[in-house]
Structures are given as C-alpha cells and as structure tokens.
Design a protein around this ligand. Structure first.
Ligand code: SF4
Length: 217
C-alpha cells in the first residue's frame, strides 16, 4: 500500500524565497530561535496524523517543534495526552522528553509565514513534503486537519479536488488507501477565545478519531 517517497524533507529548505528571507531576518532579530523549517514530530508511521497550518513565529518557529510554544499547542498537547497520544500534557521545548504515541504532528507549510498567511504558491511548494509524509503511510490512518488550509493541503497531497470535499468542523472524508480525513477548526487563540472552538468540541473530535482508529485496527 505504501507509495514511493517523492520529496524527503529538507531541514534547510529555502525553496520559498519570501519565507527564507523572513526566517533570515527573524534569526538576526532572535538568534536563539530555531528560525528554519520545522520538521514534523512523531512516528512517520503513526496512525493519527495531525496537520496544522504553519509554525507560529514565537512558538514552533522559536522552539523547532510543531505547536510547541504556540498558544494553540496548549489545547492540542493537553488533548493528545488526555486521549493517550502523548506522554505529557504540555510541550515545553524540543528537549523536554515528551513523546507522541501513535501520533504525528505536521504542518501544511513548514516555515513560519508573515502574519501566519502563506501564499498559495508556498502552500503548493511545501505540499511536496506533506505528500511524501502522507503517501508513505503503510496503514490506513486518521488525518486530522486543523482548519481549511490544512484540509486543502491534505487533499492536494492526494491530488483530490477541494470542491468535492467540503470542510466543516467534525466532518469526515474517505481518502485513498483507507485513510480518513477528519476536520476540526484550528485550535488557535482566536478560535478558542471566540468560542468558535471549545475544549469540548475539540475533545469530541479526538473521541471520534480514537473510535475511527479502533475500527481500522
Ligand atoms: S515552506 Fe516548505 S517548501 Fe517553503 S521553504 Fe519552507 S520547508 Fe521549503
């Protein structure tokens, strides 16, 4: 079932000139920050794949681990722990010893974009990496897309048309090779502060992911 790897992740990738320049300026201003492409975290063959948008400047871009230091990571890691997908409820730094259990966190775009807004060209460029990650999975997995950009990126990785798979919180979509794409609003500060996404809503999505994984086992 596994497909050939098309693009192995390059931790020094500079294929997006605007983002490479943004990181270079950021590194000058914040020398202690990671300021580079943020590699996915977790087992490459995990059955739960969480796909976010991109690193936050003072979060994952600083620490070098997805969602670590990002406000959105507070709810995400706490929820992962609650449902048995992480060894600790908080992710503090890349060397804190936390491990994911049968889960992997990645982003549609691996470099922090200005104002958290990647361009369509940047999303397309980075999709080569996501495509490799997702198409290399040897067993059916649940791909939890946090927000519409992540949703679109997962579909693009499978060469599927976004118009045929409408994003909606809690929606499920069948993908090739038995994978299931699950949708959730992004656990961003804005979404949680405005109560667009509540803790309960997020937990319900993970309950569903867990139940789907049990059926796939
Ligand atoms: S966003 Fe992706 S493709 Fe673009 S420079 Fe960063 S790692 Fe490379």
């Amino acid at each position: 079932m596994a497909k050939p790897i098309t693009k192995v992740f390059d931790t020094h990738c500079t294929r997006c000139p605007r983002l490479a320049e943004f990181l270079s300026v950021g590194k000058h201003e914040y020398p202690a920050y990671h300021c580079g492409p943020v590699a996915p975290f977790g087992d490459p063959q995990a059955r739960l794949i969480i796909v976010g948008l991109a690193p936050g400047f003072h979060g994952a871009n600083a620490t070098g681990r997805p969602f670590t230091g990002d406000y959105a990571g507070i709810l995400l890691y706490d929820t992962l722990y609650r449902y048995g997908f992480a060894t600790a409820p908080t992710s503090v730094s890349i060397s804190d010893g936390l491990q994911l259990i049968n889960a992997r966190i990645t982003n549609a775009v691996k470099c922090v974009p200005p104002e958290n807004k990647p361009t369509p060209a940047e999303i397309a460029q980075c999709n080569e990496y996501l495509k490799t990650e997702l198409q290399s999975l040897s067993k059916p997995s649940v791909m939890l897309a946090l927000g519409t950009i992540a949703h679109g990126a997962v579909l693009k990785a499978f060469a599927l048309k976004v118009g045929n798979y409408k994003f909606s919180h809690g929606a499920e979509h069948d993908l090739p090779n038995g994978h299931v794409l699950l949708n959730s609003y992004h656990c961003s500060r804005y979404n949680t502060n405005t109560r667009r996404l509540t803790e309960t809503m997020f937990h319900q999505v993970f309950e569903r992911a867990q139940s789907l994984l049990m059926k796939m086992a």
